[in-house]
Design a protein. Structure first.
Length: 316
């Protein structure tokens, strides 16, 4: 979806458009593993030729995925020494960059022009801090990341300390009340251009592990194997507690997010969230309309065979 797609007629503007990565995404041509290894030698042991004769990594290996992320962030976004604690959510960089590019379209960013005065709020930034990191480095935005996990925020503090250019752009806030999302984070008189969120999409640890097993099986099939060789699945992209699951799962979290967004409707221009489960889109849109939003956008993102959606809404 281009900027023009974001300004379609009122009748069809909430309908998703199928496509690949955003045109501005630096990962449109796949991974240049030789260049990545040259720039980040720690990746070398993880790069091997796959069944199709192409260089790749084992995406079922958490360390390989984390090392690839560190290499990508270093080479393409000038972020040094990115790391996360064992078990923390390890986000796929191309898809996360897509989210930021679509938010830039949404706030009306003209091609080729940075707007450092744009202010972004990341709800549940996790130990990886990926959305603010990318928004700071791609567009020069001012960013705030919030989380309920002190260990996660401390890890991001270390990343910021290792990258001095982030010091005045990326700030962190602790959410002390797990029952609130924006309250206690958005301060009186403060205004954000956009909020982003990657909500916990499982309702329990057991559900998260089953989802990881399905993912591992899919990866095995892509390698020509029948089934992943594991009885106790690891979460190859990680995820601690609130990063992956919460009571009621994604659907209930979205409901809370949407309801609380109305309370802060004059302090954020665009609210948004990833929606991993297609069945959750319709009820979320219904609630947003009921609460009086002025505009709703559904933006479909596609990376390989994986399709995800961003749901964005504004009361302004």
């Amino acid at each position: 979806m281009t900027v023009n797609n974001l300004h379609r007629s009122e009748k069809d503007r909430t309908k998703p458009v199928r496509k690949g990565l955003h045109p501005k995404n630096r990962h449109n041509q796949g991974y240049d593993f030789p260049a990545l290894v040259k720039n980040h030698p720690a990746l070398a042991p993880h790069v091997k030729t796959n069944a199709y004769g192409e260089l790749s990594i084992d995406f079922a290996d958490p360390l390989a995925v984390k090392t690839l992320n560190a290499a990508l962030l270093n080479r393409y976004y000038n972020i040094a020494d990115w790391d996360i604690p064992e078990g923390a959510l390890c986000p796929p960089i191309p898809g996360r960059a897509d989210y930021i590019h679509y938010m830039a379209d949404l706030v009306g960013l003209e091609p080729g022009h940075e707007k450092p005065n744009i202010k972004l709020l990341d709800i549940g930034t996790g130990a990886n801090g990926i959305y603010p990191l990318l928004a700071c480095q791609i567009y020069g935005w001012q960013c705030v990341g919030s989380d309920i996990n002190l260990q996660s925020l401390e890890n991001i503090e270390t990343i910021i300390a290792n990258n001095p250019t982030l010091k005045d752009r990326f700030t962190l806030r602790m959410q002390h009340d797990k029952n609130h999302i924006f309250e206690g984070i958005i301060q009186a008189g403060e205004f954000f251009d956009v909020s982003v969120c990657n909500p916990p999409f499982h309702a329990s640890l057991d559900e998260a592990l089953k989802g990881s097993q399905r993912k591992l099986n899919n990866l095995a099939r892509s390698r020509g194997e029948q089934k992943a060789d594991t009885q106790s699945p690891t979460l190859n992209f990680g995820g601690m507690g609130a990063e992956l699951w919460c009571k009621g799962g994604e659907q209930l979290f979205l409901k809370k997010l949407i309801r609380e967004s109305q309370v802060y409707s004059t302090q954020c221009r665009w609210f948004s969230s990833l929606v991993s489960k297609a069945d959750n889109v319709k009820p979320a849109k219904k609630l947003i309309r009921k609460l009086g939003a002025a505009d709703i956008r559904e933006i479909e993102m596609k990376q390989g065979n994986k399709v995800t959606r961003i749901l964005a809404w504004t009361f302004i």
